[in-house]
Design a protein around this ligand. Structure first.
Ligand code: G3P
Length: 214
């Protein structure tokens, strides 16, 4: 399973990358806005740090403008994946960019049929938002199960990129279901590493070591 980090914060990206947890990065306009720096500077810094797919999202909502914006984003670095919203014009842009060899991540996916449509349009990645579905008392992980089944049934190349992950259980369930990628906030990556028995065991080992040195 590939781990992407869901952040535009370069310090978080560097820290997670130093632990081997970063196969790629996803950003969105909200994550970029938190950083208070120009969009292109942030994307260039991320591309310099991580050698893997870096999703950068378009702001336009009309196909022609999305295509032009996507081409401009793709020119920043060879690892850029253009993030396109799951709307009809977005599918036109996805098809056009994919036919030029520019990889697309279709975002804001909330149903299995949206995912099927995105895969048919030629998306390289399809991003279902599990946390936001859970927020509405709709089972986010059911969508992952459905997408994995549908993409496998028909041999789509599109990768299931589980997004809007809020806790380690989302990652565990996604891994059990065979999702290709989880894009994980830094806080959740840290939680995935910790266990109270690890802390307790380490404290006991260190205490015993200290005793044996006396
Ligand atoms: O990158 C998109 C997605 O992961 C956003 O997550 O927590 O804002 O629903 P969230």
């Amino acid at each position: 399973m590939k781990f992407f980090i869901d952040t535009a914060n370069i310090d978080e990206i560097k820290e997670a990358n130093s632990m081997g947890m970063v196969d790629g990065v996803t950003t969105n306009p909200s994550l970029i806005a938190k950083e208070g720096r120009p969009f292109e500077d942030i994307i260039k810094d991320i591309c310099a740090e991580v050698d893997g797919p870096i999703s950068a999202e378009v702001i336009s909502t009309e196909a022609k403008a999305m295509i032009a914006e996507g081409q401009k984003l793709a020119a920043i670095h060879e690892n850029i994946v253009v993030k396109i919203p799951m709307i009809p014009d977005g599918m036109k842009a996805t098809r056009a960019l994919a036919s030029e060899g520019i990889p697309v991540n279709v975002t804001l996916v909330f149903s299995p049929l949206q995912a099927l449509v995105a895969a048919k349009a030629g998306a390289a990645f399809v991003s279902p938002f599990v946390g936001r579905l859970d927020d509405l008392a709709s089972e986010g992980m059911l969508l992952i199960e459905q997408m994995v089944t549908i993409f496998n049934n028909y041999g789509f190349d599109a990768e299931v990129l589980v997004a809007s992950i809020r806790n380690p259980l989302h990652v565990l369930e996604a891994a059990m279901m065979g999702a290709d990628v989880a894009t994980i906030p830094f806080g959740v990556i840290k939680k995935m590493m910790s266990h109270p028995l690890t802390d307790k065991g380490l404290a006991a080992f260190l205490a015993d070591h200290a005793k044996s040195q006396k």
